[in-house]
Design a protein around this ligand. Structure first.
Ligand code: SAH
Ligand code: SF4
Length: 370
């Protein structure tokens, strides 16, 4: 019986790991791994056959043992406001995630997922109602970025100056499905690959890891040099315990201490505090003033996110004038405050809506089949 071994994916491995893989390959020179790496990440090659500066025997060896697999695009939708959403499938048929590209005048931000589902069950988040299926691998995280880079034709712009090229995909946030700090090994490895100076060269400050408050891993974010966002959503433990249940494990005092330490370790790098605006729950002027008190010692940026409703959720979105007044109070307290405009709503690409749209379609299809 012939046993076929699955080919190993080189996407998501670090340069060191690629070097290690090449130990058993023929005609390898000290610079071979780097040549392959640059084909992968400078040129976006998806086939070893096109790496024509490598000897044929090596290309054949690579082709029969390895793949360059980003995952496959199951759908690619563009909203009327320009927001683009890819539904990406991986080898395992249950593994489907969404990545969203949000074009703005000064930045084009890619929002990637780190897990399929989430175990943390924040009460306002639709992802939290979908149980955790599994962590994504570093390859599946890097794959989302590579698919988006190809989607915006980044590699075809090699002739352009780097400024033009980088505008196509300038920022990246781990704000899709999942809690990135519950999948730290794969997320950190993906960051290492993305920021490698001989490869994609993502600037570290343009990658933001958003966490619901996994306190013990916050020092690792400053060590990696990437930006930090905290999903705060409340100004006192009693409410945060309900909105973000992880708060019972890591209460706000410990979270604020970790943020203070992050600010020290990263030379005052600004921390984004996300605050979902829930009508009558956390949007009073008293809470706006408490937020100022809580954050005034930190280099903080408050980003207010009007709640994106989903079927069955118990919350309502704060009224626009309430969001405005809240923002004004925070701003008047001396804290930089922005309001996130809902983007891509016609294609269900907004925060907290990811994947749920597809699940809804599946549920509808299943119901129709009965
Ligand atoms: N798990 C991480 C990152 C993914 S969630 C975290 O919680 O930080 C990205 C952001 O979207 C978080 O701030 C989250 O609280 C917010 N969010 C989740 N559901 C939302 C909804 N329905 N409306 C608005 N924001 C939501
Ligand atoms: Fe998970 Fe973040 Fe949603 Fe909370 S807000 S359930 S941590 S994805």
């Amino acid at each position: 019986m012939i046993v076929r071994h699955a080919k190993k994916n080189l996407i998501g491995l670090t340069l060191e790991q690629v070097k290690h893989e090449l130990q058993a390959a023929p005609t390898v020179k000290p610079y071979t791994a780097l040549q392959i790496w640059q084909h992968m990440y400078r040129h976006g090659s998806t086939s070893f056959r096109t790496m024509t500066n490598l000897p044929t025997t090596l290309r054949d060896h690579l082709h029969s043992h390895y793949t360059l697999d980003y995952g496959h695009v199951q759908s690619d939708q563009t909203s009327v406001d320009g927001t683009r959403k890819w539904l990406v499938g991986f080898n395992d048929p249950r593994a489907v995630v969404e990545s969203v590209l949000i074009p703005e005048p000064k930045r084009h931000t890619l929002c990637v997922s780190s897990q399929i589902g989430c175990s943390l069950r924040c009460s306002f988040c639709h992802t939290g109602t979908q149980k955790l299926l599994r962590n994504l691998t570093a390859g599946e995280i890097v794959g989302q970025v590579m698919l988006a880079a190809h989607g915006v034709r980044q590699f075809e712009q090699q002739g352009q100056n780097s400024i033009t090229r980088k505008k196509l995909l300038s920022h990246m946030v781990f704000m899709g499905q999942g809690e990135p700090l519950y999948n730290p090994r794969q997320v950190f490895q993906a960051i290492q690959v993305l920021t490698d100076r001989q490869g994609l060269q993502w600037p570290k400050q343009k990658i933001t890891v958003s966490t619901s408050g996994v306190v013990p891993l916050i020092p690792k974010i400053s060590e990696l040099g990437v930006a930090l966002a905290i999903s705060l959503h409340a100004t006192r433990n009693s409410l945060r315990d309900v909105l973000v249940p992880l708060n019972k494990t890591f209460p706000m005092e410990t979270l604020m201490d970790a943020c203070t330490q992050y600010a020290r370790d990263s030379n005052g790098q600004r921390i984004t505090f996300e605050y979902v605006m829930l009508d009558g729950v956390n949007d009073s002027m008293g809470e706006a003033r408490d937020l100022v008190k809580l954050l005034k010692q930190l280099p903080a940026h408050v980003n207010l996110i009007p709640f994106n409703p989903w079927p069955g959720s118990i919350y309502k979105t704060s009224k626009p004038e309430q969001v405005e007044r809240f923002a004004e109070t925070v701003q008047n307290g001396g804290i930089y405050c922005t309001v996130r405009r809902p983007r891509g709503q016609d294609i269900l690409a907004a925060c907290g809506q990811l994947r749920s749209s597809e699940e809804r379609k599946r549920a509808t299809a299943a119901a129709a089949a009965l």
